[in-house]
Design a protein around this ligand. Structure first.
Ligand code: U2P
Length: 283
């Protein structure tokens, strides 16, 4: 082989090797960034992807629309805050999360993608009790952007085996637990009604839930307003405390640092939209 051709072939091979090496490095960096981003989203730590061990307990995360909707700046058809008089006035579902006792949780446990058709019979109930309260399109487990339900199913539902083995059973199970443990009713009956002037003692809210369900909820606040209420369950859906094992000197097991001693439960405030009127925006 002439020397020139030989040299050319050697440099070609080196170029191919460098390109392969560079793309491998890029892939590793991208994967690490994804994991770092995932880990920064929560107070706990999200565990990698597939091959994760079975979870320890369920966390039913509920959100208070009166607080969430205060932060709505733009409306779109998917945002339930923009339904005017039909906007939600009860705690709605954020998700049913399989969690570990150590404060971490599995995520994105299978390759299965969300399929809206599998839950068509539950659609109306989900629209009402599990609505998205933003216009954002959360990321799916497989890199795309999708619906709020799709995100919750792919991230948490796929980790709910062996209790809820498929999409339909995950959503049905969640709705059933949500209906059985009616937090809105319990709080209303205890006098903790939505108000834009009152503030309520955090301990009183926790006691009302404890008396009704024999379990200690976890509360999350934003700017002094109750934003989320979490109820926890063993795998057979018997209630259990959310924070087993962690005690604090003042006994405020239930209180996350985000809630003050007195919290508000804001009433839904219309965002200048009339009943049923929806201003469409991509934001
Ligand atoms: O708390 C911020 C986000 O972290 C995820 N999270 C939190 C606690 C927990 O036990 N499990 C869990 O997944 C939630 O992420 P999302 O489902 O909204 O993507 C929560 O919003």
């Amino acid at each position: 082989m002439p020397l020139k051709l030989n040299k050319f072939l050697i440099s070609l091979k080196m170029a191919i090797f460098s390109a392969q090496f560079a793309s491998a490095v890029a892939l590793i960096i991208a994967a690490s960034l994804c994991l770092i981003e995932a880990n920064q989203t929560g107070i706990g730590i999200e565990i990698g992807s597939r091959g994760q061990r079975e979870f320890d307990y369920f966390n039913l995360a509920l959100q208070w629309p009166g607080t969430f909707c205060q932060h709505t700046r733009h409306c779109c058809s998917s945002n339930a805050c923009c339904r005017g008089a039909n906007s939600p006035t009860v705690f709605t579902i954020h998700g049913l999360w399989p969690d570990y006792n150590d404060g971490t949780w599995p995520a994105c446990c299978t390759q299965k993608s969300f399929d809206e058709k599998e839950i068509s019979t539950l659609h109306d109930a989900l629209e009402k009790y599990w609505p998205s309260l933003s216009c954002g399109r959360p990321s799916s487990c497989h890199g795309g952007k999708g619906s709020f339900w799709g995100h919750e199913w792919e991230k948490h539902g796929t980790c709910s085996s062996p209790v809820a083995r498929d999409e339909y059973s995950y959503f049905l199970t969640t709705l059933n637990v949500y209906f059985k443990y009616n937090v809105t009713k319990v709080l209303n009956e205890a006098g903790y009604v939505p108000s834009n002037t009152e503030k309520y003692p955090l301990g009183g809210i926790v006691s009302a839930i404890q008396n009704a369900f024999r379990t200690t909820p976890k509360l999350l606040c934003k700017k002094g307003a109750l934003e989320e209420l979490h109820l926890c369950f063993y795998k057979d859906f018997k209630p259990r405390d959310c924070l087993i094992g962690s005690t604090s000197p003042n006994g405020r097991l239930y209180s996350s640092s985000s809630c003050p001693d007195y919290v508000s439960i804001p009433a839904y405030a219309s965002m200048g939209l009339g009943s049923g009127e929806t201003e469409i925006s991509s934001a």
